[in-house]
Design a protein around this ligand. Sequence first.
Ligand code: PLP
Length: 283
Amino acid sequence: MIVYFNGKYLELNDVKVSPFDRGFQYADGVYEVMRTYKGKFFRYEDHMQRLAYSLNEIKIKFDKLNDLTVILARLVDANNQNNEEITAYIQVTRGAAFPRKHSFPPEGVPPTVFVSTSALPQNTFSIDEGIKVILEQDIRWKRCDIKSISLLPSILANQHALEQSAGEAVWVNDGSLTEGSHTNFFGVREGVLYTAPLSNLILSGVTRKVILEICDSLGIQVKESAIKENELESFDEFFITGTTTEVKPVVQINNLIISSGRPGVLTGKLYEAFIKIAYSHSL
Ligand SMILES: Cc1ncc(COP(=O)(O)O)c(C=O)c1O
């Protein structure tokens, strides 16, 4: 597998990361994940904008965002010849500097840039199936709008979900369900779609944005207002969204079974619309 690392295209095993890299020592960096539909990266500009936002918010100076188009094309060319769909991982850290020191490294220390592409596994998911999610108290920092590589709370929550036979953990912040460990969260009540508003408490999901655009085009009413834990029973449907998750119905939250355990009708409609748009790169 060929990857991009600090200006070079290398065999994965030839990559040498400094133990003093700030990503390695402090999780001082940001990342992006994208995927292709029909071989073309979906919502590429949205992902690049979010990466630029994350970099800017943590003050990493990286002026080569435009090079990523060529880097990704070369990696896809080197790794993915079988017309399969691809996921790309881009990570930028504040670089390697010695001695270890919390404050930023001196001017001139370049960021560490890593990019990889890999084939997405065949999608075996059916929209007729829903998943269980568990609720976790949100123990993350208060800048969840930044796609930081510091993911320990999400790792622990996700592992906990797995151990409870659940597909995702959803964060509860001050009594409200904000988002999942790696997805955005939605509910439907009497035909109205609810999702937490953009703020420092959630990541501005690209898939979330597409879903809201679909609702706009289909005339589905949206309330960007977080769903409260004590009102879950009043909702008819729930689902989560994400780049590789796409749109997944949620049919159980902790022990609460939603609508007799069947995926919701509006969820199905939004899923169909999403898939159509994703494969046609329209909207
Ligand atoms: C915390 C969090 N929320 C939401 C999302 C969904 O974002 P997107 O739809 O851009 O993949 C992700 C994706 O990784 C995430 O990590």
